[in-house]
Design a protein around this ligand. Sequence first.
Ligand SMILES: *Cc1c(COP(=O)(O)O)cnc(C)c1O
Length: 419
Amino acid sequence: MEDLALPSLASTFGTPCHVYSHAALHANLRAFQTALAAHPAGADSLVCYAVKANSNLAILNLFARMGAGFDIVSGGELARVLAAGGDANKVVFSGVGKSGAEIHAALMAGILCFNVESAAELERIDEIAAALGKRAPVSLRVNPDVDPGVHPYIATGLKRAKFGIPIDAALALYEHAARLPHIAVRGVDCHIGSQILDPAPFGEALERLIVLIDTLGKGGIRVEQIDLGGGLGIAYRQDEVEPEISACLAPLLDRLRGRKLKIILEPGRRLVGQAGLLLTRVEYLKPGERNFAVVDAAMNDLLRPALYGAWHEIVAVEQKKTPTTRYDVVGPICESGDFIGQERELAIAAGDLLAVLSTGAYGMAMSSNYNTRPRAAEIMVEGKQAHVIRQREKTADLYALEHLLPAASISSIRPEIDK
Ligand SMILES: *Cc1c(COP(=O)(O)O)cnc(C)c1O
């Protein structure tokens, strides 16, 4: 990882441990920013990192320093962005269930835009803005009904999804929004899904948004920004092809040429996914009908394989010449779904170090304390330096917010069931 050897990181910081490359994070964001800036249609543009992919403050801080905005989906993420030095006026707020308190906090902070996902949410934003004497900037998140061809859990732009406003209902809601006194219509927004490797659906979604923008314009509703969401995928497997960022953006930007729209993108996975790996050590080898390599990382550290059947490359850090064996790489958690990878050819022994690749996105962010497992440490490597960006949790912290029953309650035994 950059100029540091993984075994030394593992011995210094312990395993399991999420490790990120500063250079890779930097390069990924710059690739979006320069692709936009290099195109005439992208002169006014903003890359809003989708915080949910990896919300560590150090990563948010790096991106904020590079001029990024942020796409948030909760009040908690807003607080993180502000704590990391992000600009509230570069924040867009997506999500189907924004609470009154979250809307209030976002209006007080002065965010760039609410991406509104329903008529009821629009009314709520208008009411809260009225109470605060403000006008809330909004885009409607339109559901363009395109199929991104990905796992159903991460396809969000289909008609049957809970996300967004069906595109045929958008016009009427825009007309309504334009009449609300505490709403300022700013633009249109969509986000069609995640881990999209074929860029064609982005073009289809854009065509539908352009039709909507033109229809709105004819009706006197002029929008000034278009947000095309996130979703650009990464190659988890060697046989997958990672579409190039500038090549994906070029046709979209060509299509927007001459329209004078501020362009917003909300990439998450593509900015952080390949920048991270999960270091884990083999605890036991358990040969049998299936051979298991039991490692010290588990589904609580990396949920994607268990949740989506997702595939992460697993490599032995110190390569050996010995013949390989086919292993299921599994964690210690008491669930058969607790695997990191299945049927992997590896030459390993107990005590060996493994690197699970491409875990920077939706890795730590989806972690949990299931089985009372402290969350792993997070390390950012910058050249020869290793920065601890999140300490390993301590076991006692995991139950620090819990309380025993009062003594009186313990004495009130129930004779009928306690016989
Ligand atoms: C999750 C999400 C993103 C980021 O998706 P990636 O696939 O990680 O790029 C962007 N916008 C919204 C609204 C999201 O929910």
